[in-house]
Design a protein around this ligand. Structure first.
Ligand code: ADP
Ligand code: MG
Length: 385
């Protein structure tokens, strides 16, 4: 659907058909929040909201990009730009730069984007955009890149070019997500395992958007770095914060603020391992772990908000719900609710009504299952010659 929209937008904006359309998924993280950039395990699913990127290479001139999420305005940008501009086209330029570092020269491109992933909401619109762009652009250059490589390009571009010190979870989930499975990713090693997961999840948007660049996200990353430095005084060879035990975190020298962040990481790492073990044993996802994660994000990592707390706590108390928590980085964005498939539509309606009365905000929500990740939707490359 979004792929057809991207192709249509391309034609309307640039008067020609795209060479390639690729799409990739938004993601919801079942469990393992704020542990990817400290070498911990995560368990995201790709969801069935997607971003499609339509591309055509040009041999000269300025590059152009248009997105339905940017009011369909055509913006120009430079594919070999050395510094970010602050515009969303940085996400595309970051990919062309990363490809250039890999030896793929791109003189100029036209790009059209369509998406139903809500932007800045913790469902990873940025990774969906960049993974799809990496695939579409590399296919257009006739040097197609595998999903795992696209994930790596998107990660490098978001970290080094856009300037968000993010972990690898979003890009890996977007690229490698598989229908009916959650992706168990060990961020210290990059090892992955597909874990069967067929439940429906309800995702409820708090109505508060945030941009990671402007949020306290970077401060939390610094807190975690401080905790690791302190830990090295008692455990000299520790590589990642997620490898620490609770006793080590409690005894190592660090500020009380850093210790709280580290205690979240240790507890969350253990919860992911417990969830994966339960799922592999055929017991399903233990919903109560979601509620424990929310409390830890609220009290130790301090990335929740009163609105997210209200949504998670209200949902968790409803019939048919097995657990609820904020999902994504926090400070706005979405809450994820796990429960009986038959109960979730009613839960969504009641939350929307009561939250709307409380805040005056219109609530958007999605019921999704674990879906496929990166896909090549259309290619004319090879037919042109
Ligand atoms: P999230 O990834 O949780 O949605 P981020 O702050 O990481 O939030 O990324 C949001 C940014 O990504 C937007 O501000 C915009 O610059 C860019 N972006 C994502 N999707 C699109 C899109 N479809 N069109 C244009 N820009 C997009
Ligand atoms: Mg993002």
């Amino acid at each position: 659907m979004v792929s057809a929209d991207a192709a249509l937008l391309f034609r309307r904006s640039f008067g020609d058909d795209p060479d390639v359309v690729a799409s990739s998924a938004g993601r919801a993280n079942l469990i393992g929040e704020h542990v990817d950039y400290v070498g911990g395990p995560v368990l995201p699913i790709a969801i069935d909201t997607r971003t499609a990127v339509a591309v055509r290479l040009r041999t000269s001139g300025e590059s152009r990009a248009v997105s339905l999420q940017d009011a369909g305005l055509v913006r120009t940008f430079d594919t070999s730009l050395r510094a970010r501009t602050g515009a969303w086209t940085d996400y595309i330029a970051g990919i062309t730069r990363a490809l250039e570092v890999n030896g793929v020269e791109i003189a100029a491109i036209d790009v059209a984007v369509a998406s139903d992933v809500p932007v800045g909401s913790g469902l990873s619109s940025s990774a969906a955009l960049m993974v799809a762009a990496a695939s579409a652009i590399s296919h257009a250059t006739e040097q197609p890149t595998q999903p795992l490589v696209c994930a790596g390009l998107a990660l490098r571009a978001e970290r080094e070019f856009v300037g968000v010190p993010c972990g690898m979870m979003d890009q890996w989930a977007s690229a490698l997500g598989r229908e009916g499975h959650a992706l168990h990713l060990e961020c210290a090693t990059g090892a992955t395992q597909q874990v069967p997961f067929s439940d429906a999840v309800l995702i409820v948007h708090s109505g508060v958007e945030r941009n990671l660049g402007d949020s306290p996200y970077s401060a939390r990353v610094s807190d975690c770095a401080e905790a690791l430095l302190g830990l090295r005084q008692v455990v000299p060879h520790i590589d990642f914060l997620a490898q620490a035990s609770e006793a080590q975190v409690r005894s190592a020298p660090m500020s009380e603020r850093a210790r709280k962040r580290a205690l979240h990481v240790v507890g969350e790492t253990a919860r992911v391992r417990e969830a994966v073990a339960a799922m592999l044993a055929g017991k399903g996802f233990p919903g109560e772990l979601l509620t424990a994660t929310h409390a830890s994000l609220r009290d130790l990592f301090e990335c929740s908000t009163p609105d997210l707390d209200w949504l998670a706590e209200t949902a968790a108390a409803m019939d048919g719900v097995r657990g609820a928590r904020l999902t994504g980085a926090g400070w706005g964005g979405c809450v994820m609710v796990l429960g009986d498939a038959a109960a979730l539509p009613g839960v969504a309606t009641r939350l929307a009504r009561d939250y709307g009365r409380r805040t005056g905000r219109v609530v958007r929500s999605w019921i999704s299952k674990a879906s496929g990740g990166l896909a090549l939707d259309l290619t004319h490359v090879g037919n042109r010659h």
